[in-house]
Design a protein. Structure first.
Length: 407
């Protein structure tokens, strides 16, 4: 199991990479509905030269790949159109399959923004409200959590709940086993801080994952379907994300379009995590874990699919316009004066002039980040199946500079 998915439960760690998605979130005053001005991107006849093939960003990533310091895909898109797409290294060394832009990568915590879409779709349909308490939809949850923790608290990681650390060495072998484990684990959660208070932020603890697990179970209770099946049809399907899914370990081993995670080992070598479930990660994002053990859990996505999702938001096809604005709007202040929490990830005010929504994730053999530049129509995606990428933060900084023309 990886740093962010144990038995399929996303612990939603944010990475301290120094990129746009690195800003952490703390609890604060609720700002539901506060949102940036989401006007259509301003017309432009010029694409910044550093974003183009052969530009500064392209050359930097190519240099890292030549030194075997990057393996994966980078993509820059403007208004849904690809400006730069590069792929490096192996998706599966054993089968000699190279990475390419239609290879799906495990997103780890970078897949966190998709769960809130499902919840907001149900809000849009009038099937729940964000103020509903957990007990409105679920039985068997601790009484104080059931009565005091709302769906809003779960989605903003301000529920104040904590849960036992999962057994990171357990190997799961079916969807049913994962689903049962998640249900039992969520019911071990306890309330350790007043929901919504300054002490209730729990995104860096097992409680953050328990909150996500409970929210996913509410989706199941409301829809009568497994969370995975609902997401495939109503989120990925509506966004046109044909190469993205909650893949199982069996699919990971058989499907040539899914990147295998290569974990750094003590002797300096990298091994395929999915083919070596007895081996552990050395990554700071999940030491001792292995993403292959979870059977089904995190979102797998291709870089073009993440661009399609951003376009589906912009065109209000995955959520109606008011709910798409709610999704990308600030709901809590972050750790810096220019960062905020949103259902879509971390919102960052760039240069005092534009909003960027970003999310990063990482675990054994996994490094992922995607940024949506909400005011200009740009999307930047970096997906890697290496876990020891010290330069990852620099890649994100150079992406920002290339897109803003400040390189």
């Amino acid at each position: 199991m990886d740093a962010d998915s144990v038995g399929g439960v996303d612990r939603r760690r944010l990475l301290g990479w120094g990129g746009l998605a690195a800003a952490g979130v703390v609890a604060g005053a609720q700002m539901v509905g506060a949102r940036p001005g989401h006007a259509d991107p301003a017309p432009t006849d010029s694409i910044p030269p550093d974003t183009r093939p052969g530009g500064a960003y392209d050359r930097y990533v190519a240099e890292l790949a030549a030194q075997d310091k990057f393996c994966g895909v980078v993509l820059l898109a403007h208004r849904g159109r690809t400006v730069l797409s590069r792929s490096y290294g192996w998706a599966d060394r054993e089968k000699r399959i190279r990475n390419h832009e239609n290879v799906a990568f495990n997103l780890s915590s970078a897949g966190g923004p998709f769960l809130p879409v499902a919840v907001l779709q149900l809000l849009q349909q009038g099937k729940l409200t964000l103020s509903d308490t957990v007990g409105t939809h679920l039985n068997g949850i601790a009484k104080d959590i059931a009565e005091q923790v709302s769906i809003f608290h779960l989605l903003t990681e301000t529920s104040g709940i904590d849960a036992p650390m999962p057994d990171v060495h357990r190997v799961f072998n079916s969807r049913e086993e994962v689903r049962e484990y998640n249900q039992q684990w969520a019911r071990q959660a306890t309330l350790v801080a007043a929901p919504g208070s300054n002490g209730a932020a729990n995104g860096h603890t097992a409680g953050g994952g328990a909150g996500s697990a409970i929210a996913a179970q509410i989706v199941e209770a409301v829809t009568g379907r497994t969370f995975w099946d609902y997401m495939h049809e109503h989120v990925f399907g509506r966004a046109g994300m044909t190469g993205s899914a909650y893949y199982t370990r069996d699919q990971w081993l058989a499907d040539e379009h899914i990147a295998h995670p290569y974990m750094r080992q003590p002797d300096g070598s990298r091994i395929d995590a999915v083919r070596n479930l007895d081996k552990d990660s050395l990554s700071q994002q999940g030491p001792g874990e292995n993403p292959g053990r979870g059977f089904i859990g995190n979102v797998f996505a291709t870089a073009p699919d993440l661009v399609r999702f951003a376009e589906a938001l912009r065109k209000a096809t995955v959520l109606n316009r008011p709910y798409a604005d709610l999704y990308t709007g600030a709901n809590h202040p972050g750790r810096t004066p220019t960062s905020f929490s949103a259902y879509s990830g971390v919102l960052h005010i760039l240069d005092g002039r534009q909003w960027v929504s970003g999310r990063g994730g990482g675990s054994g053999g996994i490094s992922a980040n995607w940024n949506i530049y909400l005011d200009t129509g740009w999307v930047g995606v970096v997906l890697s199946n290496y876990d020891d990428l010290e330069e990852f933060g620099e890649i994100l900084d150079r992406e920002q500079k290339a897109i803003t023309g400040q390189g």
